[in-house]
Design a protein. Structure first.
Length: 429
């Protein structure tokens, strides 16, 4: 990108130089014509002002450092123009136009230092020409040359000014885009629920998002304060090591850490560490997500799962469409069906027609009306043995009242029956 930008500058200067030198060819040619200068003058004039601009463009284009090459080209321009002025015996308007244009160019590129270099190179060129050809002073120029010098200086000033104006527009647009981008990301950071912060490699705060203010006191968040002061002691050293490794390797890391909030409650966070490399020491961005409630919910789910597994009653949970989503260990022990035999299948598959269809229709009509049903039924194990069970079925609805699941709890009622047991007449159907 930088190389391309330097090539762009070389292209701009190439266009300006080519046009300006072609104009200079016209002015100096007219001056030389007025004085009857010969073929050597015209040959050197063509080489300098018609061929030379293309050669220095090629030099800058192929250089390893185009910016530096173009700066040197400007000083070469100044020296050569100084030599022409000295060789023509310092005509006032030509001297003014040549020195003005080279100094203006160098000032735009190199500031005050560039201007001084351009004036110095111009003087050196003039001294070399005087040393070779001898000193003479002929300040007068024809009316046409004088007018062309004045008009050329004004046009050249306007052209360089326009280029600078366009560059300033691009810079202003870039600054506006950068400012808008910064505002956008700051808006995101300041309104995000996650904790977003920037720390130095020593673990000192550089920036904290407003979301931190809900967790820590202002003194704990002051720039330069220890970012790990409120961290759980068991995690602080581990995180410091992770920060050091991230600053060395430049790789994103993810950590689990605990932070004591302003009320003394320990909260758990999942944190990502992103390294920002640039000028100066590396900085690290921390994005932390509060997972305290999630972990507590997970722990509650584990407790409930263990409780269900420890119950002596069989439990079957199915979705509203009857698809079995969970069973406990007692279910497999009582029915003989493994979990894989039932999960994902319809609950109706395991009714075995020991009760007539009208019985189940009545059961689910009661559930739809009252929310639950309980009673005794006949059931069959996987091995075909028939047994009597006590069963309850309860409907589960969400906050909006929509049916989501059925929970069935059952256990054996009495001793298991043999597979050849005779069923009551009304159930043997």
């Amino acid at each position: 990108m930088q190389q391309e930008a330097m090539h762009r500058r070389a292209r701009i200067n190439y266009c300006i130089r080519t046009g300006a030198f072609a104009y200079s060819f016209l002015v100096l040619g007219l001056h030389g014509w007025d004085r009857g200068l010969g073929a050597i003058f015209w040959g050197l004039l063509a080489a300098q002002f018609l061929v030379y601009p293309h050669l220095v463009w090629l030099r800058a284009r192929l250089a390893a450092d185009p910016k530096r090459a173009e700066e040197i080209n400007l000083y070469i321009d100044a020296a050569l123009l100084g030599a022409w002025v000295g060789a023509l015996h310092f005509p006032t308007w030509i001297l003014y136009a040549a020195l003005f244009s080279t100094t203006l160019n160098a000032t735009v590129i190199g500031g005050g230092v560039g201007a001084m270099w351009a004036i110095g190179c111009f003087g050196i060129g003039a001294v070399v020409a005087v040393a070779m050809l001898g000193f003479a002073y002929a300040p007068d120029t024809g009316s046409a040359v004088t007018l062309l010098c004045l008009a050329g200086s004004l046009a050249y000033t306007a052209e360089v000014g326009y280029v600078v104006y366009r560059q300033n527009l691009r810079l202003a647009a870039g600054r506006d885009a950068l400012r808008e981008s910064e505002q956008r990301y700051r808006l995101i950071a300041e309104n995000a629920g996650d904790l977003i912060a920037m720390v130095d490699q020593n673990g000192r705060w550089l920036y904290t998002s407003p979301s931190y203010q809900r967790i820590l006191e202002p003194a704990d968040l002051a720039p330069g304060a220890d970012a790990f002061k409120r961290m759980h002691p068991d995690d602080a050293e581990r995180v410091r090591v992770a920060l050091l490794r991230a600053s060395i390797t430049g790789k994103t890391r993810e950590l689990a850490l605990r932070l004591a909030d302003r009320h003394g409650r320990v909260r758990q966070y999942k944190t990502q560490l992103h390294i920002l490399m640039g000028a100066g020491d590396p900085r690290l961005v921390l994005v932390s997500q509060d997972v305290t409630d999630l972990k507590e919910s997970h722990e509650q789910l584990l407790i409930h799962a263990h409780a269900l597994e420890g119950m002596t009653e069989a439990i079957l949970i199915c979705a509203a469409d009857g698809t079995v989503v969970s069973v406990n260990r007692a279910f497999t022990e009582i029915t003989g069906y493994a979990r894989d035999d039932v999960l994902g299948h319809s609950e109706q598959r395991f009714r075995h027609a020991l009760q007539p269809p009208a019985f189940y229709e009545q059961v689910y009509a009661t559930i739809a009306r009252d929310g639950y049903w309980s009673g005794t039924t006949w059931a069959r194990r996987k091995n075909g043995a028939v047994y009597r069970e006590w069963r309850s079925i309860r409907a589960v609805r969400d906050a909006g009242g929509t049916l989501t699941h059925y929970v069935m709890v059952f256990s054996e009622a009495g001793a298991p029956a043999a597979s050849s047991q005779t069923l009551p007449q009304d159930l043997s159907g």
